[in-house]
Design a binder for this molecule. Structure first.
Ligand code: FPP
Length: 249
């Protein structure tokens, strides 16, 4: 058990945590259940982790809920995930308003099915006044597509004379990403043991600390989140610079 009171107050709590919620399918298979049961339990877990983030003082939580590659799954699984998303959005607005959670989204959400898109827009509107935690759902999200969309919009501004090509720098690109209004993640958590980024926040994760746990997402509880934060607190972030007190070389 690693309660939030064990976190070191003098050491920085990550301002922004991003999570690749992996392992729903294996969690269900271990129990002999259909994959959708795993996704259902995974969706339930989002509330637990939001509340744990608030308890720890995290300001931004970004969850990889549906990637551009997830459309390749069997049609009934995609339909099930969309139904779960709709249910989550209609049932959890009250929880979000109670906890001060503002909902946001990144991804090509214009291509989501109409009912899910409308629920999403409504939930974003209904939680827009909250300020404790920004919960961003990555939906129909792909990191490469995000960069493509940013390049297209910068190119359009260049063509209309709004930007000079020589003035384009890293800040210009960051400012045209879906995430332009939030800081880069400090900590990336991936559940179920896989060691890959899977096309998630490719630009934004450049200097993010990574914590991988073997636990499947439906089993990843508050204590696991606090353990990941405690692990983060042991890291020395150097952003490419040298160690602060190196042994004389
Ligand atoms: C990976 O598990 C998870 C996903 C593809 C989607 C994540 C979705 C949820 C947690 C549920 C819906 C979320 C919300 C916010 C409504 P996997 O199926 O790849 O697991 P496996 O690798 O064990 O097969």
């Amino acid at each position: 058990m690693s309660p939030s009171s064990d976190l070191k107050p003098e050491v920085t709590v990550p301002r922004h945590i991003a999570i690749i919620m992996d392992g729903n399918g294996r969690w269900a298979r271990e129990r002999g259940w259909p994959r959708l049961k795993g996704h259902e339990q995974g969706a339930r877990n989002v509330e637990t982790i939001c509340e744990a983030c608030i308890e720890a003082g995290v300001e931004y939580l970004t969850l990889y809920a549906f990637s551009t590659e997830n459309w390749k799954r069997p049609a009934h699984e995609v339909a099930g995930l969309m139904m779960l998303l709709e249910r989550f959005l209609s049932e959890k607005v009250a929880m979000m308003n109670r906890n001060g959670v503002r909902l946001a989204t990144v991804g090509r959400t214009q291509d989501l099915p109409g009912p899910a898109r409308k629920r999403l827009e409504r939930a974003i509107e209904e939680t827009s006044g909250n300020t404790r935690l920004t919960l961003t759902l990555a939906l129909n999200y792909g990191g490469r597509d995000e960069i493509v969309d940013a390049v297209r919009s910068i190119a359009a501004e260049v063509r209309s004379g709004g930007i000079e090509p020589q003035k384009i720098d890293a800040q210009t690109i960051a400012g045209h990403l879906y995430t332009h209004a939030m800081p880069d993640p400090d900590l990336l958590i991936r559940t179920s043991g896989e060691m890959r980024l899977s096309n998630f926040l490719l630009w934004q994760l450049s200097y993010t600390e990574i914590h991988v746990t073997r636990k499947f997402w439906p089993d990843f509880g508050s204590e696991d989140l606090f353990a990941a934060i405690a692990d983060f607190q042991t890291r020395e972030r150097r952003y490419g610079a040298a160690e602060e007190n190196p042994v004389a070389s």
